[in-house]
Ligand binder design. Structure first.
Ligand code: NAD
Length: 273
């Protein structure tokens, strides 16, 4: 079969490490130029180098997505570098383990500011740019004839069920499912596809931090939290970052032009709704 080529410009938030980096490299390997929108500038530069090593163009852009005033600069820099934006992967996220009765308003805001508020305003800003790119006669008509953009946001299995040790994180990820549905409805007339992915357990730097925090909160031994989780997964293994990146590449491809408003579980069968 001929290799699928995306040949688009993609912004990937939180692409300095973990899932975001794997997604950036997968999209680059399928022919996308990548804007690495990332809080950590050294990690952003490293991912950009890896993208260039795959023969695609890359822009490392330092941003704190919890500061929504920084988002217009991301969009305008992407456009001045590459001319257009075709794909947004809203991947950046923060996690914190904390017992529900001990959660503070500061804990709550720190998670929500990135995972929910930053994610929404990034989606909104990129959607406006995608709409502006549509030829005027099509933009003013009631229906665009083909897809004019793909937006994929990162939810989580935690957004499907509850998490007694991460109420704020689970709520932020449930919000991603809702934002995805609302944005899919709002952007349908422009034929911009809006979907989400709900991973289960992916051993990334975020998981290493989970492991430390669970040790501190509950006395879990190193690796114990991960192995306990894996026991609950029907496929009996953790996800690789590439498992998630593959699902995202599919949602960004023409093969997924008729899919919008969906949250796809990529979790080895952990959640089935
Ligand atoms: N790892 C898992 O098991 C898992 C499971 C379900 C969902 N997720 C979600 O997938 C996404 C990626 O997770 P990961 O495991 O790769 O995490 P990670 O912590 O390893 O990487 C997250 C990246 O996002 C960046 N980031 C965080 N806040 C930011 C901000 N305000 N502005 C800019 N960049 C910011 C970080 O600097 C980091 O590079 C997150 O949204 C996470 O909630 C992860």
């Amino acid at each position: 079969m001929e290799k699928r080529s995306i040949d688009k410009v993609a912004i990937v938030t939180g692409a300095g490490q973990g899932l975001g980096q794997a997604i950036a490299l997968r999209l680059a390997s399928e022919g996308a130029d990548i804007v690495v929108a990332e809080y950590n500038p050294d990690n952003a530069a490293q991912t950009a180098e890896k993208v260039r090593a795959l023969g695609r163009r890359a822009l490392a852009y330092q941003i704190d997505l919890s500061r929504v005033d920084q988002i217009p600069g991301l969009v305008s820099s992407a456009v001045s570098e590459f001319g257009h934006i075709d794909i947004l992967i809203n991947n950046a996220g923060r996690m914190q383990n904390q017992i529900m009765l001990d959660l503070t308003p500061q804990d709550w805001d720190r998670i929500m500011d990135t995972n929910q508020r930053g994610l929404f305003f990034c989606l909104q800003a990129v959607a406006k740019q995608m709409i502006a790119q549509i030829p005027e006669e099509i933009r003013n008509a009631d229906r665009a004839p083909h897809s004019f953009g793909k937006i994929v946001s990162m939810s989580s299995a935690a957004g499907r069920g509850g998490r007694s040790y991460a109420t704020h994180y689970a709520a932020s990820k449930a919000a991603v499912i809702s934002i995805t549905r609302s944005a899919a409805l709002a952007l349908a007339k422009y034929n911009i596809n809006v979907n989400a992915i709900a991973p289960g357990v992916v051993p990334t730097p975020m998981w290493a931090q989970n492991d430390i925090e669970r040790g501190q909160l509950f006395g879990a031994k190193p690796g114990e939290t991960l192995s306990n989780f894996i026991e609950t997964i029907p496929l009996k293994r953790a996800s690789s970052s590439e498992d998630v990146a593959a699902a995202i590449a599919f949602l960004c491809s023409p093969d997924a032009d008729y899919i919008t408003g969906q949250t796809l579980n990529v979790d080895g069968g952990l959640e089935m709704d």
